[in-house]
Design a protein around this ligand. Sequence first.
Ligand SMILES: [Zn+2]
Length: 273
Amino acid sequence: MSDVFKIGGLELKAFSDGILKTSTDFVLGMERAQANALTGAGEDGAVFIPVNNFLFQKDGATVLIDAGAGDTMQPTLGKLPGNLVAAGYALDSVTHIILTHIHPDHANGLVDAAGAALFPNAEILVHAQEFDFWMAENDGSETDNVKRQRARNKINLAPYLDRVRRMGDGEVMVGCTPLLAPGHSPGHTVWRIGTGREAFVAWGDLVHFSDIQIAHPDSAVKYDLDPDLARRSRLRMLDMVATEGLAVAGAHVAAPGLGYLSRKGTGYVYDPV
Ligand SMILES: [Zn+2]
């Protein structure tokens, strides 16, 4: 498996933020025994999934895809800044950060423990629908989970607010186009990067459990704010990726997370490069 993907004149590099411990208890639409068998989980259902981030350079821009968890979630996470620096990418050299969505394992790493920007020169590219949902004030109808994440996301974005670009479907910035794929979060986005079929998609949490949801895209996860909408988005986007033969950069696909998708039965197979 390679951690570098050359496609359409772009060189995409994968950078790990670490490993996230989760559980098949969060799988919806599948018996736990089957979920455990597919993921290799034991009786307790514990599953360890990678948190992959990606970087490419284009026309003088250095673009990072998602920002990792920082030191906020589990001690096995928060490795992204160190891995970038070790590879020769100073954090202040990042000019743009694309967010697939604003969840802890993708956005808490935007800031340090004091709330200062870890990427002081980066502009944030995010779908307007995602940004507006998390930055909105609570109206009393929210779950505790949403309230908690809204509070945290305001910390994550605070030092970047004067350089957030709220994008809509079809807009292009540094070769990146957001395609709304909602459900996991209200503005969850699959980013299409490159031109024509010489392109890849950064699909965020379209697939959360890769051992399950690629072969069984009907299954959803309890992390989805709207599991049915997430399921429809996944079916639509996986179909597009397979039909067009697009390369995949998957946040939680087996590290480093670069590969292609092909059809098999009612689902798909992921082939790493
Ligand atoms: Zn995630």
